[in-house]
Design a protein around this ligand. Structure first.
Ligand code: SF4
Length: 303
């Protein structure tokens, strides 16, 4: 079976000779679909309204490889890798396809915890994922307000994503639903903070992304977010994830007191998810640092 894997993942497993500026600690896999996704998100190169190469997700290249070989290597010597993340692509039969990928990893002896990033699905499918070694689910909400969910062409409604988040928390437990939120799609800072607070209120967690314009997508000419504003969102997430109330965080925003400690600028998401240079060129500006060491050594980059 063919699958796409991020170039950094292939480098970590010795399947590509490309030199990387930071090692990935998660193996990122992407369902291979010739025609791309049935969804029409205007920022995503995988969507059917995009003219981009289907080798791209955000700014990262995802070459196709044999799943069986990748699974064999991952089982034999995972190197720096501590987790597997399967990014699903909506198409006919994609749920069965995801189960087949998970079973293949299992049969090859891959014992790492697994995350699946997916659009809303039934609870029965989540139960099957759990049996096959999945510990966390990435919820592809992306947009921070109901209006933006419609405007950027998300395939489900605001309410459906949140119902799904609660379903994931029921099956996997607190903080095991990672709500993916992209800053810079057209929301205000306050709206973004409110969406993050909602995630923590329903016992989920937030994986923070910076909007990245990708050539060939309808949003290719929109600018990436201001780095200072992104740092404020990282500071807000940091506080909310440690129990701060929404009012307290909004008060700090109004007073200009949202500044992130270095650890808050490290990539957020499932344990060991570091997505090196998913949102940025290695030359910067760096929105999400793939390690604390990099965050500490880059003092001054908007911190
Ligand atoms: S937070 Fe990272 S590992 Fe978790 S689902 Fe999202 S991309 Fe995958």
């Amino acid at each position: 079976m063919r699958i796409r894997a991020s170039l950094g993942t292939l480098a970590a497993l010795g399947m590509s000779r490309v030199r990387v500026a930071a090692e990935t600690t998660t193996a990122y896999l992407l369902q291979a679909q010739e025609a791309g996704c049935l969804g029409s998100c205007t920022f995503c190169p995988q969507s059917r309204v995009s003219q981009s190469s289907k080798e791209l997700l955000s700014r990262v290249e995802w070459p196709e490889v044999e799943l069986e070989e990748l699974a064999r290597r991952l089982a034999a010597d995972p190197g720096p890798i501590r987790r597997v993340c399967l990014q699903t692509v909506m198409s006919e039969g994609f749920e069965e396809g995801a189960l087949e990928i998970l079973s293949t990893l299992r049969e090859a002896g891959v014992g790492l915890p697994i995350s699946v990033a997916i659009t809303p699905v039934e609870e029965s499918l989540l139960e099957l994922f759990r049996v096959l070694g999945v510990t966390h689910i990435g919820v592809g909400l992306d947009a921070a307000t109901p209006e933006l969910v419609e405007k950027v062409g998300k395939p489900f409604s605001w309410g459906e994503y949140w119902d799904f988040t609660e379903r994931v928390v029921r099956v996997f437990g607190p903080r095991r639903a990672l709500v993916h939120l992209i800053f810079g799609l057209g929301e205000t800072e306050e709206e973004f903070i409110r969406a993050m607070a909602w995630a923590y209120r329903v016992k989920a967690d937030v994986a923070l992304f910076a909007f990245t314009p990708v050539p060939g997508t309808p949003m290719a000419s929109n600018p990436p977010p201001d780095l200072g504003a992104y740092r404020r969102m990282q500071a807000a997430r940091h506080l909310l994830s440690r129990g701060a109330s929404l009012d307290e965080v909004l008060e700090r925003l109004r007073k200009g007191e949202l500044r992130p400690p270095p650890e808050a600028t490290v990539t957020s998401g499932c344990p060991w998810c570091n997505r090196p240079f998913y949102n940025e060129r290695p030359s910067g500006p760096i929105y999400n640092f793939p390690s604390l060491e990099m965050a500490l050594s880059a003092k001054g980059e908007g911190i």
